[in-house]
Design a protein around this ligand. Structure first.
Ligand code: CP
Length: 305
């Protein structure tokens, strides 16, 4: 049985296979309409979500399977004090695969040690979000045709942004990757990610506070929200929340081939006027998430395709 807890659980070849399956699903959806007949996905969401939970659910329905679960801890027995371990042990009796989001880093890993069915990390605290990275990778692949020789700007809350942490890990495996990390001093990429991944692999990177300075160099700009729910102090959040607001004016120095990504939800960090720019990919990115989650479900359930 395989789980997906960290994007590095998948080899680059396995990621390529998932991308080819996702592209085939897009081209031939009817071929996949019954491949999960009789299978059930449990979505255990202890934290709010729109895209991840609903795209997992849509993915399973579009594969012919069924879905059960909860969308907040308050409507589960976690509210009565039940542990994650006990919850997943029991849910393993009811479902064939589990997608779990939890505010505590490491909770899906603990779940995977206790569950009798595959567990997918659908976001754990400020740590990782591997299935968002699958959506990001399909978007980059469709935009660029390859993962090689890309300069990637990561902008916003790079400390708590779990999507950023997973994307750095994923892109660190491709030739010619460069990172420009754009954040306030207080929200820089955690040191362990820089030392264990970026520096260990000798990947060129810059840390800067200037989006304007970085803009002309970028092939991909990955904007992120400053995450109110991870701050201990509301005053700090209020001071930092509008550090970067992408506007059409700021894109004047960008490459015409730039791809603008954002995992969403957006708050204020991309002006709505940017949505009409042909370089804006973030809504397509959310759509791609469903196809990659469909591909992932077939892989973890070892469905014959
Ligand atoms: N990108 C993402 O994880 O969105 P949700 O929080 O809406 O699932």
């Amino acid at each position: 049985m395989r789980n997906l807890i960290n994007i590095m659980d998948l080899t680059p070849i396995e990621i390529e296979e998932l991308i080819y399956i996702a592209l085939d699903i897009i081209a031939n959806p009817k071929k996949y309409a019954h491949v999960c007949d009789g299978k059930k996905l449990a979505t255990l969401f202890f934290e709010p979500s729109t895209r991840t939970r609903l795209s997992f659910e849509a993915a399973m329905y579009e594969l012919g399977g069924q879905v059960l679960g909860f969308s907040e801890a308050a409507s589960s027995s976690a509210a009565k004090g039940e542990s994650v371990s006990d919850t997943v042990r029991v849910v393993s009796y009811y479902a064939d695969i589990i997608a779990m989001r939890h505010p505590k880093e490491g909770a899906p890993l603990v779940a995977s040690m206790k569950a009798d069915v595959p567990v997918i990390n659908a976001g754990d605290g400020g740590h990782n979000h591997p299935t968002q990275t699958l959506a990001d990778l399909l978007t980059i692949y469709r935009e660029k045709g390859s993962f090689e020789n890309l300069t990637i700007g990561l902008c916003g809350d790079l400390q708590f942004g779990r999507t950023v942490h997973s994307l750095i890990a994923a892109m660190s495996r491709y030739h010619g990757t460069k990172f420009i990390m754009i954040s306030p001093e207080e929200l820089k990429v955690p040191r362990y990610i820089i030392s264990d991944i970026v520096e260990k692999k000798g990947i060129p990177y810059e840390e800067t506070t200037s989006l304007e300075g970085a803009m002309p160099k970028l092939d991909v700009l990955y904007m992120t929200r400053v995450q109110r729910e991870r701050f201990f102090n509301e005053a700090d959040y209020m001071r930092l929340k509008d550090s970067y607001i992408l506007t059409p004016d700021k894109l004047k120095t960008a490459k015409t081939s730039l791809s603008i990504l954002h995992p969403l939800p957006r708050v204020n960090e991309i002006a709505v006027a940017v949505d009409d720019d042909p370089r804006a990919c973030y809504f397509e990115q959310a759509r791609n998430g469903k196809y990659m989650r469909m591909a992932l479900i077939t892989k973890l359930l070892e469905v014959a395709l």
